[in-house]
Write a protein that binds this ligand. Structure first.
Ligand code: NAP
Length: 256
C-alpha cells in the first residue's frame, strides 16, 4: 500500500508560484520541487541570467515557468515581476520569499551600507513582495506565503548582526501578517534552515565548518531538498491549518 501526504499526484496543479532567488541554491530546489508537483513557477533572480535560464529549462520539463530579473529591494521591479507572472499564469497563489544575502562584519566594523543592503534584501524584499501579492490573494480567498528566515534569528551569530536582525524581523513579520489574513484562506509561515550547502555557505573555512558540524546533533548539513520538501507541504492545500509558524530545519541545532 502506498501512502502520500497529498490527496492526489499533482497536488499543486493550477497553482501559480513566485519564488524569489529561484536561480540558485535553496530557491532553485524549491522552484523545481513546486513545479514537479504541478505548479506554474515564476522565478525571480537578481543578476545571474545563465543560472536562471538553466533552472527555467528544468522547470519547463516538469510544468511551466518564466524567469524575471528582479531586485526585490525595488518596488517597481517587484510590480513588474508580479504583472509578468499574472500575464503568464493568472493570480499568484503561492509566494516564496527566499531571496537573501549576507554581508558579514563585527558590529563595531559594520558599515551602514552593509546594514542597509542586508536588511533591505532580506526584510524589505519580503515586505515588498508580500504586500504586492496580497490584494489578489485576498480577492481569491486563497494563498500560501512562505518566508525564508534562519536559525540565526533565534540564536544570533558572530559577525551577522545585520542578517540576524533581518531574519528575526521576518519571523515577526510572518506572525503579524498571518494574523491579518487568517480569515481569508491565506496562510503565512516561515522556514528557518540551519546550515545548507549552497553558494552562501561555500566560503566558510574548514575550521568554521568543523565547529558548525560539531554543534549539529545530526552532524551533517541540510541539502537544499530538505528545505524544499517542507516548503512544498506548507504551500499545499493540505497545510491549511498551519499559520504564523516558523519551522526549523536544522538537524537538531536549535530545539525550542
Ligand atoms: P544563494 O545560493 O546565495 O542564492 C541567493 C539567491 O537570491 C540567488 O538566486 C540570487 O540571485 C537571489 N538574490 C540575491 N539578492 C537578490 C535581490 N536583491 N533581488 C532578487 N534576488 C536576489 O542563497 P541560499 O543559500 O540558497 O539562501 C536562500 C535563502 O535561505 C536566503 O534567504 C538565505 O538567507 C536563507 N538561508 C540560507 C542558509 C544556508 O545555509 N545556505 C541558512 C539559513 C537561511 P542571483 O543568482 O541573480 O544572484
Amino acid at each position: 500500500m502506498s501512502f502520500s501526504i497529498f490527496s492526489n499526484n499533482d497536488p499543486l496543479a493550477g497553482q501559480n508560484a513566485i519564488v524569489t532567488g529561484g536561480s540558485r541554491g535553496i530557491g532553485k530546489a524549491i522552484a523545481l520541487s513546486l513545479s514537479s508537483l504541478g505548479a506554474n513557477v515564476t522565478i525571480a533572480y537578481k543578476s545571474n541570467k545563465d543560472n536562471a535560464d538553466q533552472v527555467l529549462s528544468e522547470i519547463n520539463n516538469l510544468s511551466k515557468g518564466i524567469a524575471v530579473q528582479t531586485d526585490v529591494n525595488n518596488l517597481e521591479n517587484v510590480s513588474n515581476l508580479i504583472s509578468n507572472a499574472e500575464k503568464a499564469f493568472g493570480t499568484t497563489t503561492i509566494l516564496i520569499n527566499n531571496a537573501g544575502i549576507t554581508d558579514d562584519a563585527l558590529i563595531m566594523r559594520m558599515k551602514e551600507e552593509q546594514w542597509d543592503s542586508v536588511i533591505n534584501t532580506n526584510l524589505k524584499g519580503t515586505y515588498n513582495l508580500t504586500k504586492s501579492v496580497l490584494r489578489s490573494m485576498m480577492k481569491e480567498k486563497y494563498g500560501r506565503i512562505i518566508n525564508m528566515t534562519s536559525v540565526v534569528a533565534h540564536i544570533g551569530n558572530l559577525g551577522q548582526a545585520n542578517y540576524s536582525a533581518a531574519k528575526a524581523g521576518i519571523i515577526g513579520f510572518t506572525k503579524s501578517t498571518a494574523k491579518e489574513v487568517a480569515t481569508r484562506g491565506i496562510t503565512v509561515n516561515a522556514i528557518a534552515p540551519g546550515f545548507v550547502e549552497t553558494d552562501m555557505t561555500k566560503n566558510l573555512s574548514e575550521e568554521q565548518k568543523k565547529i558548525i558540524l560539531e554543534s549539529i546533533p545530526m552532524r551533517k548539513y541540510a541539502t537544499t531538498y530538505n528545505i524544499a520538501s517542507a516548503v512544498c507541504y506548507l504551500a499545499s492545500k493540505e497545510a491549511s491549518y498551519i499559520t504564523g509558524q516558523t519551522i526549523n530545519i536544522d538537524g537538531g541545532l536549535v530545539m525550542q
